[in-house]
Write a protein that binds this ligand. Structure first.
Ligand SMILES: Cc1ncc(COP(=O)(O)O)c(C=O)c1O
Length: 358
């Protein structure tokens, strides 16, 4: 296992280096990750939630409204709320389950400061429409790329379209650390400098503070491991695409709806999500056949008890409300074999056929 050897060597290098937080591994990873995304600057932080919070703060959005999607990890709104802003959610596109630009257009108000699309499940939100809307209304665009490192829109990596792109390296992500980690990327030098200050108490290079910051540093072990794994990311994403194509072909003709990508998108399939009725019954029947499927997500963020007071829903939520009842995530990770994928397809086929016969 070449990658395990490389990871072991990377960790050993850090252990004897005497530098454990924000050192040379982090600096090198920032350069390599910026190159990978095709931007000038990458600022490593402690997790993806902090990347969102610090992106908003770096852009001066500590209050006001940020428009995002109701169908996302609660972390997206946790990041917005921690910055002091209010999340506004509006409906999503029925095919891609990402922010619907026409719903965004209707949700924009004089209080709107930013759009924050989420590239859900490794797909990409409609960046043509969203960048145009942001420009026309004079608001910022921040991309939540936690689930989509390496995904492309018209051949360009997501994260490079917005003022700032935010990534998570939580272990289950396509690019996963051995703990927490995150990154904020930008082409703007001043924004990068401000992100660097904000991630460490507000310190400048001389450790003088000009504003309040937080402690959101990435450690050297995570950076060293992520440098090894970044080299494999494209190959892993390619394998995820193969698995997704196998699912697509195997599920054709069954009464399930698959989540689709726009033609401009090269997705990275963080999750493979299908939609079906009577989800609870399907999950139980799949489990009985040895297939553990997930639900991403069981609750729209404006209904999350801890966040409801800081998230406002605007307009019809018909698509999101249907999606939240019907989505299931089939097993998806690069190590899955074709035979395992075929077992999942066969199990789902059986479940749906048994249902049709009942
Ligand atoms: C869409 C989305 N945004 C943000 C995050 C936050 O990342 P983290 O868990 O690293 O804080 C996650 C991951 O949990 C996510 O899936």
């Amino acid at each position: 296992m070449a990658q395990k050897d490389d990871i072991d060597a990377a960790i050993a290098r850090v252990l004897t280096s005497g530098s454990y937080v924000l050192g040379p591994e982090v600096a090198a990873f920032e350069v390599e990750f910026a190159q990978y995304v095709g931007v000038r600057h990458a600022v490593a932080v402690a997790n993806g939630t902090d990347a969102i919070t610090l992106a908003l703060r770096a852009l001066g959005i500590a209050d006001g409204e940020v428009i995002t999607t109701p169908l996302t990890a609660v972390a997206t709104v946790a990041g917005i709320v921690a910055a002091g802003a209010t999340a506004i959610v509006c409906d999503i596109n029925a095919d891609t389950l990402t922010l619907d630009p026409s719903a965004v257009e209707r949700a924009i108000s004089p209080r709107t400061r930013a759009l924050l699309p989420v590239h859900l499940y490794g797909g990409v939100a409609d960046l043509d429409a969203l960048t145009e809307i942001a420009r026309r209304h004079g608001v910022r665009l921040i991309e939540d790329c936690a689930q989509a490192p390496g995904a492309r829109w018209r051949g360009r990596a997501c994260g490079s379209f917005g003022d700032i792109g935010c990534f998570s390296f939580y272990p289950t992500k396509n690019l996963g650390a051995l703990g927490d980690g995150g990154m904020a990327v930008t082409d703007d030098e001043e924004l990068a400098a401000r992100l660097r200050r904000l991630r460490q108490y507000g310190w400048d290079a001389l450790r003088n503070t000009r504003e309040t910051g937080i402690n959101s540093r990435l450690d050297e072990v995570q950076a060293a491991v992520l440098r090894v794994k970044l080299k494999r990311l494209d190959a892993d994403n390619a394998r995820r695409r193969q698995i997704a194509s196998r699912y697509d072909a195997g599920l054709a003709g069954l009464p399930v709806t698959t989540v689709r990508a726009d033609a401009q998108t090269s997705p990275v399939h963080h999750l493979y999500v299908v939609r079906l009725r009577d989800r609870a019954g399907a999950l139980t029947a799949l489990e009985a056949r040895g297939v553990r499927a997930g639900v991403h997500y069981p609750c729209l963020v404006h209904h999350e008890p801890g966040y409801a007071s800081r998230v406002r829903a605007v307009g019809s939520m018909a698509v999101a409300e249907d999606a939240v009842e019907t989505v299931i995530s089939l097993p998806m990770f690069p190590q899955l074999t074709d035979a395992q994928v075929d077992e999942v397809i066969a199990a789902l086929r059986e479940v749906l056929q048994a249902r049709a016969a009942a």
